[in-house]
Design a protein around this ligand. Sequence first.
Ligand SMILES: *[C@@H]1O[C@H](CO)[C@@H](O)[C@H](O)[C@H]1NC(C)=O
Length: 457
Amino acid sequence: MMRTLAVLAALTWLCLASVRAGKVGQQQVGGPQRHLVCYYDSASFVKEGLGKLVIDDLEPALQFCDYLIYGYAGIERDSHKAVSLNQQLDLDLGKGLYRTVTRLKRKYPNLRVLLSVGGDKDIETSEDAKDLPNKYLELLENPTGRTRFVNTVYSLVKTYGFDGVDIAWQFPKNKPKKVHSGLGSLWKGFKKVFSGDSIVDERSEEHKEQFTALLRDVKNAFRPDNLLLSTTVLPNVNSSLFFDVPAVINYLDFVNLAAFDFFTPQRNPEVADYTAPIYELSERNPEFNVDGQVKFWLRHSCPASKINVGVATYGRPWKLTDDSGDTGVPPVQNVVDEAPVGTNTQLHGIYSWPETCALLPNQNNIYSKGANAPLNRVTDPAKRFGSYAYRAADKKGENGIWVSFEDPDTAADKAGYVRNNNLGGVALYDLSYDDFRGLCTNDKYPILRAVKYRLSN
Ligand SMILES: *[C@@H]1O[C@H](CO)[C@@H](O)[C@H](O)[C@H]1NC(C)=O
């Protein structure tokens, strides 16, 4: 009898303990919890006009995000320190955004706030900078530099109250695929001879090992404080060159695959194509799709639960010319990188979701002509490649546009892919390109909402 009681007591205790552990591990009960990682690029804070996203605009998003990743910090050339890229904005006493965003945790206690380093936003603009070597690789090559980085990134995190760091290391990118049409292929032959153009980094094996060491050191510095460490694989960075997946995955809480921008007007000025398809399009893009990137990490023993699929909230526009044809069916040849600049983002080669939305057929533009005529929207019922919209050039060769974009439905399809493959979640790039003002349908953050809904239902 005594023994039975003792066993019962022990069982009860175990049961209670596991319930408590379940709570701490955040709602593990009732199926896996998928993560929604929201990027906030603070460059949008300093814009003028409708593209300006201030902290009040951010708040409606935060109920949907498990992680807010604040972008972007950078590294200082030669000193190898982790630094703010805009000290006035980020650090200013009392009103700096580092403190402001980490304080949001008081209001949203389940939110974790990370600082991201790199993200293709750490660009030196001075005249001589373009001839200098990649400072991200230089840092890796220098053991003292690595230590310097680890110490300074740790100190930023601790000083401003972040929950950890996202390392979006600026590795060299794949060269864009050259297009060949008649004359073009001759030219391609020429170029090969002169530039030997397919090698991305001759010392990638070394850099891969050094990057593993860097992540290990950051994780070791973070461990006593239980700080989080994630990495972002930036668009067009070849994971197999720089990520020793089985080694680094031990140091990472999760990895965000920025699986978009496979095609961009900047990289591919002559041909327009889907920028972020989920699956391979015939033989056109064996590795340039979400599934290809995810499979690579899975194949190299990354647990599915640590993979977050990166989803862009923006589109990529090209200008169609006389010679682009009028069907819009991708790949579209003879395009140019000269689409009109979006009025909110004020950036070349990128349209935020509300900017694309305004070009699609709606009550305001249904009878408009010329430069204001609505684009034809082509959806993807098979949920494999995404949407595009286009307006063929007129007789003078003007007003042609072709945009590949993510909308709430296609973004939700990607969340569906995440669920079907039991992945960790979605990483959204970024909040400032979603419709945070509700200009399109009065709903604020429609892409974020659609992703959240599909991840949890
Ligand atoms: C990535 O690198 C591997 C070699 O490590 C190569 O086989 C593969 O083709 C590369 N992928 C791309 C998209 O360049």
